[in-house]
Unconditional design. Structure first.
Length: 64
């Protein structure tokens, strides 16, 4: 995991990590997120632009 990574979901054979980025300052400030999906051995298997949220009813929402 990097400095801007955080683990948030274990779903069967997949581990989901959130990664955030920041660039610039003031009016030029930009922030974005992506979700890194890894297998149980830590190998990256997918990158999803945006955020993934686990809802209270168990649904997984992909937010871009």
């Amino acid at each position: 995991m990097g400095d801007h990574d955080s683990f948030f979901l274990w779903d069967g054979e997949k581990l989901f990590f959130n990664r955030w980025y920041e660039e610039g300052d003031g009016a030029d400030y930009t922030y974005w997120e992506e979700t890194i999906v890894r297998d149980l051995h830590g190998k990256e298997i997918e990158t999803i632009q945006g955020d993934v949220m686990l809802m209270p009813n168990g649904e997984v929402w992909y937010l871009k």
